[in-house]
Design a protein around this ligand. Structure first.
Ligand code: HEM
Length: 495
């Protein structure tokens, strides 16, 4: 009897596999093996066997092994996984609409710059670009220096005390820096920043729980759940800080409106921060409503602060793990600054080429935003296959960073590779997508490099760090984050 049942089960499994999902056209990318009839790969993608980050890496490697693109199915829906850098660029630059999956984050950031439809995005991005121009960013260099000095000072209490978790300090500092560049100072109101930071952590966990439970993808079901109730609670806290920024800055703008106009008449156009630019577009030109300004602020702060903090945290841990890298950074800093503890200027930043290589390598190893997901509004012909209109495409940043173009030591942290011309000799494109690629890439990239390089220059002029990044366990909610082991120890640098 047992034999008959086993045989029946084997036959059923074979039948299901024989009827497993496949693409109708030969030009489509290969299908990930193991899909089942009706549910496709849902049991693999949403099963709890592997944690999200492990599963994500496994899928990215399956795509790399298949030549850079692979198809998966969840019921009738197709999800492509792209890891080839050229194909990544083509999809990212052709299809500018985010996937429907971003609807889950719309309660957090509304239809701000990061989630708006391509038609709205085209107009708004053009307008907002001006606020991220080099002249505006140069005006923030004093803030970056002052905030870096503040971080150095805050870390002082940890000297000689052994390993500690440095992420808390860095998160506060990065958020405070971003707010200062938006024109609002929370240094005497730090609890507002703490509340925001905690709410963001909580909301990202809510997102991941919803994403992993397919039945909660339906708004109808989700709206009745305890998880949704929690989401609403966290959202109130999460929106409080950006709302305060908008109202404080708006009051300031209205109070100084006349003087600003006189100044502009005399001196010509004044380059404005993104907050003031949005207020001007709203108040002077009636182009945006106050709610639209808030949506952009939710988006920019959400996109900007946790990424900055995360990259700084990973970079410090990585450098702490490799004494030779830390020595090279120190040597470069010594060439540029000597024994002087002066502020970092924009000319200094362009000379810190090794430090920049360290940052890039850190983002390659630990991409804080490991993926972007686009909706395909047209068929796209890639190098070896064609992706079909109407489907969803996950562009794996992690996958691009592990592409064979990086060589057999792709998993190793080697900043020198960025300075070696041989690294990119064979490539038609640099396989690096930490800030995404194409027209809808990260708006804050130059901001991020300026602020992170300034912070790291101050930190490494003062401290020698030790740690071991290999002890770290990672999790992926929306971003890539450490679960544990992200500890470093610091000593004062004497030489
Ligand atoms: C090291 C730090 C950062 C990393 C690694 C990073 C990475 C990214 C990535 C991967 C995207 C997604 C692009 C896409 O969907 O194709 C993005 C978008 C964006 N980032 Fe960043 N980011 C960083 C810092 C910042 C900062 C400091 C700001 C602002 C001050 C910022 C503002 C934005 C905005 C507004 C978008 C949406 C762009 C659009 O849709 O037009 N980011 N970022």
């Amino acid at each position: 009897m047992l034999m008959v049942v086993i045989l029946a089960l084997v036959l059923l499994a074979c039948g299901l596999l024989a009827l497993s999902p496949r693409n109708s056209s030969k030009d489509e990318p290969p299908v990930l093996p193991g899909g089942l009839i009706l549910i496709g790969h849902a049991h693999i993608l949403f099963g709890k066997k592997l944690r999200a980050w492990e599963l994500f890496k496994k899928m990215s490697h399956a795509s790399l092994k298949a030549g850079g693109v692979i198809s998966t199915f969840v019921g009738p829906q197709t999800l492509y996984w792209v890891t080839d850098p050229n194909d990544f660029w083509k999809v990212a630059n052709t299809c500018l609409d985010k996937s429907k999956l971003y609807d889950f984050v719309k309660p957090y950031v509304g239809n701000g710059i990061g989630t708006s439809s391509s038609s709205v995005w085209k107009v708004h991005r053009k307008l907002i670009n001006a606020a991220f121009s080099q002249v505006v960013l140069d005006g923030f260099q004093d803030i970056f220096n002052a905030q870096s000095r503040r971080l150095v000072q805050e870390l002082e209490v940890e000297i000689g005390k052994g390993p500690f978790d440095h992420s808390h300090c860095i998160q506060h500092n990065a958020l405070e820096t971003l707010c200062l560049t938006l024109g609002v100072d929370f240094t005497n109101n730090r609890h507002v920043l703490s509340e925001y930071i905690n709410a963001i952590e909580d909301i990202m966990d809510v997102f991941m729980k919803r994403f992993q439970r397919v039945w909660l993808h339906s708004d109808f079901i989700y709206n009745w759940t305890e998880l949704k109730r929690k989401q609403d609670e966290y959202l109130k806290i999460m929106h409080n800080m950006p709302d305060t920024i908008v109202s404080q800055r708006k009051a300031y703008y209205l109070n100084n409106r006349k003087c600003k106009k006189i100044e502009e008449k005399a001196k010509g156009p004044i380059f404005k921060s993104v907050m003031d630019l949005l207020l001007e577009l709203s108040i002077e030109k009636g182009f945006l409503s106050e709610y639209e300004i808030k949506e952009h602020m939710y988006s920019i702060i959400f996109a900007g602060y946790d990424t900055l903090a995360g990259v700084l945290m990973f970079t410090m841990l990585l450098v702490a793990s490799y004494a030779n890298v830390q020595d090279e950074i120190w040597k470069e800093l010594h060439v540029v600054f000597g024994d002087d503890d002066r502020d970092v200027t924009k000319q200094d930043l362009s000379q810190l080429v090794y430090l920049e290589a360290v940052l890039k390598e850190s983002m390659r190893i630990y991409p804080i935003a490991p993926y972007v997901i686009r909706h395909l509004d047209t068929d796209i012909k890639l190098r070896n296959c064609t992706l079909s209109k109407g489907r969803t495409c996950l562009l794996s940043i992690y996958g691009v960073h592990r592409h064979p173009m990086w060589g057999p030591d792709a998993d190793e942290f080697k900043p020198e590779r960025w300075l070696d011309p041989a690294t990119f000799r064979e490539s038609t494109i640099i396989p690096f997508a930490a800030f995404s690629m194409g027209r809808r890439n990260c708006l804050g990239q130059p901001f991020a490099y300026m602020s992170m390089k300034t912070t790291l220059a101050h930190i490494f002029r003062h401290y020698r760090l030790t740690g071991d990044h290999k002890k770290m366990t990672l999790k992926m909610n929306i971003m890539l984050k450490p679960v544990s082991g992200h500890y470093i120890a610091i000593e004062k640098r004497t030489k």
